[in-house]
Design a protein around this ligand. Sequence first.
Ligand SMILES: Nc1ncnc2c1ncn2[C@@H]1O[C@H](COP(=O)(O)OP(=O)(O)OP(=O)(O)O)[C@@H](O)[C@H]1O
Length: 848
Amino acid sequence: MTQHPDTSPAFDDERTSAESAESESVESERARQVQAEQAIVDTAYGELDRQLEAARRALARTEAAGASGTHQSRGERDAYAAHYASLVSSLEGVEDRLVFGRMDLSPEAVEAGGAASNGPVTDGGRRHYVGRAGLQDERRREVVLDWRAPLARAFYQATARDPMGLVRRRHIDTRQRRVIGLEDEVIDVQALGDAAGSRAAVDGLQGEGALIAAMSAARDGRMGDIVATIQAEQDRIVTSDGKGILVVQGGPGTGKTAVALHRVAYLFYSERARLERSGVLLVGPSRTFLRYVEQVLPSLGETGVVATTIGDLVPGVRARGTEDPAVHELKGRALWTEVLRRAVRDLQRVPAEPREIVVQGVRLTLRPADVTEAMSRARRSGRPHNLARETFVLWLLERLTDQYARATRQDASDADTRAWIREDIRTARDARREINLCWMPTTPVGLLERLWARPALLERLAPELTAAERVLLERPAGSALTSADVPLIDELSELLGPSEDAQAQRARLEARRREELVSYAAQAIASQDLGDGMVTAEMLADRMADTGPSLTLAERARSDRTWTYGHVVVDEAQELGAMAWRALARRCPVRSFTVVGDLAQYSGPHAPSSWAEVLSALGTDAPEGTVGSAGTVPTASAAPSAPRSGGRRRGRGPRRGGSTPLREEVLTVCYRTPTTIMAAAESVATALDHPPVYPVSSVRDLENCLAATSLSGRDADDEAWARVLRETVLAESQALDDRVGAGGGRMAVIAPDPASVARLLGQDPVLEAAMQAPGGDVLRARLAVMSPVTSKGLEFDTVVLVEAAEVGRRSPGDLYVAMTRPTRRLHLVSRHALPQGLPAGPAFPSAR
Ligand SMILES: Nc1ncnc2c1ncn2[C@@H]1O[C@H](COP(=O)(O)OP(=O)(O)OP(=O)(O)O)[C@@H](O)[C@H]1O
C-alpha cells in the first residue's frame, strides 16, 4: 500500500461510515506508524538542534575572542571562525526534510554488515533512517544515515530482482518537522512476513508516490533537491567515480542538472579531503540559471562551490555585450589558440634597421642582432610575454650599457656603475619607446580589442578566416565585451601573463597587507605582553601571513584566475566552444569533470555531432561504444598545465601524456513535462529536421496540458494581437490559480522578442503586477517574460510560447528547449502560423 496523501485513497479522510471496520483498523495502524516515525524524526531533529547549538556557540566564542583576546594568531582565529561558520550553514541547510527514508534490512544483510548496522534507532540493527545529512548522537551511534553513505545505495537502487539486502523501503514525507505521509515498498516479499498494506517494489520507478508528489508540486522559482526520490538510474550516475570526464546526457527534464548537483554533493562526501582544499566549479548557461539552482547544494549541506557563467569566469572582466550567435560560435573555435599565439608573437619584433637611441645626449644604437639574441633568450625562459619581457629588456640594457660606457669612456666593470647607467637608459624616453616597439607590453583586453578593431591586423594574423567571417568579428575599440570574448581573454592572460601595471598593483597590495600585518602584530605583542623580546612584530606577521587570508575557499577561488578546482561541472555543455573548454581545462588539471547537456538543445548555428567533438579541446578518449572518434590532445603552447589539484596553479606548460577517458551516460525518463507536451515537442523538432538525440518517456501525462491559439489568416492588426496575447496569458494565469491556489506556481512567457512582449503584457494591470520581480530577480516574479535562450535549464508550471514557428526558424534547438519547460501546461500563441509537426487530436484542441 502506498501511504501517501497524494496517492493513497486509504488515507482519504472523507470516507463514508459504510466502509468497513477493516479500513478503520488500517487507519489506526497508519496513525500508529506515523506516530512511531514521528518519534524517530523528533530524535533526529533533537540531534540536529544540539549539534547546531554547539557549532553556533563555538563560532560565537571564536568571534568574541577578538583580534587580541587570545594567544591565537588572527589567521588561526579566522580559520576556526570560517570552519564553524561553514559548519553552521551546513547544519542549517539540512533542516527541511532532514529524514526522508527508512531501510529495513534482512537478517542476513544485518549479519553481513556487522558493526555497520548498529544504529540506535533501529530495530535490532535492522533499520536505518536515511536523511540529507549523517547524524550521530553523543555516544557516536547512528541517528541518521547520510544519503551518500555506501549502505544507503540500497535505498535508491534495490529492486525486487536485486533486493541488495533490503526487505522494505519506506518513504517518509515530512513538513516542518512533522510526519505527514508514509509510503512503503516491499522489496523482498518472502523475507517480510507482514507485507500486508505495502506495495510490492517493481523494477521501474521507486517511491512512485513521493516522486509524483514532488513532480506535481507547484514551482516556486528555485530548483529543489531530489535527494528523497533519486531514481536507480540516476543514483548510479550520482555515485559513480569522480575520475575523468563523465558526460550526463538525455532529453529535457530527465534530471541531468539534478543528477550533476547531487553528484557534487556525493563527491564532497566521498572525496572530502581533496575537494575541501580545492572546491568545485559549477558553470551554468546564465546568471538566472545559477540563481535557479543555487539552493540545491546548501540544502544538501555543501558550501564549497563556486558558481559562474563563462562570461564571469575571469575576475575583473565584465561581459555585458551581446552578439549574434554566429559571432559567438566563431569566437569559440579552436583556431583562436593559434591566432592568439600569433598575435602575441606579433608583439615581439626585430627592427629591420639599426635604431638610434639618444640617452642624455649620447647616441647609442639598438642593433637588430642584439634584439634577436635578447628575444631568443626571453623566449627560452618559457615565461609569458609580459614576464619574459624582463629578460628581454635586461639583456638589451646590458648591451646598451656597454655602448654607453664606451661612448663616455667610463669603466663600467663594477656593478654599481653599471646599475646607474642601466637606470639612466631604462628611463630615457627614446630607449623606452624603441624597446617597447620590439617587445610591446600589453593587456589581454587591449590586445583583443585591437584584433576586433583593426581588420588589416586580423587579416594578417588569422588568414584562415574568410573575409565574411572577419567582417562579422569587426567592432570598434571600446565596445562592451561579450561572453565569447572571455575565454579568449583567458587564453591571452596565459600567453601574456600579468601586465606591468597589474604586477605593480599586486606588489603595492602585498606591501600594504604586509604593513597592516606588522602593525597588527606589534599591537598584539604590546597588548598581550607577548614575546618577551623573543618575538618581533615581523616574525609574528610572517606566521600570520602563512595562515592565509580570512576568506572562505569559495571567495578565494572566485577571485583568483589561476585557481585550480578538484572537480568541474558544466551544465548546458553543448553550448561551449573549444576556447571555453580550454579555459575550463586550465582550471581543472586533474580533469575531473561532470559534463551535462543535450545535443538536441543546442542554440547556435552549427550543432555538434558528438560529445567527442564538443570536448575535443579537453583532450579526451572516446568512450567505448557510444562515441566514434577519439578527441585530440591539445598541443599549443597555452594548453592546460600538468595535473595538480587544489589551490593556486604554478606549472604553465602544455599537458603531456595520455588523454582523459570520456564516459557517457544517458538518462531517458522525463520527470518534468507531461507525455503529450513532450510528444509535441519531439514531433515539431523532427519536422524541423532536428530530431531529439535521445527521445524520452515521461513519468506522467496530464489532461488538457497543450493548447494553441493562432491568428494566422485573420489579418489581425497590432491591437487585436496584443489583446489576444494578454487574454491568453490572463486565462492561463487564472487556470493556474485554480489548480494550485491564487498566486501560486510560476509562469513564463517565452518569446523571440521578450522586451516587446513584456511591454504589451504590461498594459494590463494584473499582468503588470504579476511581472514584478523583487530585486530584479525574474525568477521571483509570478510571471517571467524571457527569450528561449534564457529559459534554458529552467522550468515553470505553465509556459505561454509566443511565435513558436519564428523561434524554430531561428534555432530548432531553442524551440525544443522552450516547448519543454512546463511541468503542467504549454500554450502556443501566435500571430502567424504555428510550427509544423504539432499533433492533431483531442489532447491538442485546434487553434482558435
Ligand atoms: N528523481 C527525481 N525525483 C523528483 N524530481 C526529479 C527527479 N529527477 C528529476 N526531477 C525533477 O525533474 C525536473 C527536471 O530536472 P532537471 O532540470 O535536472 O532536468 P534536465 O535534464 O537538466 O532538464 P533540461 O535538459 O530540460 O534542462 C526538476 O524539477 C527536477 O527536480
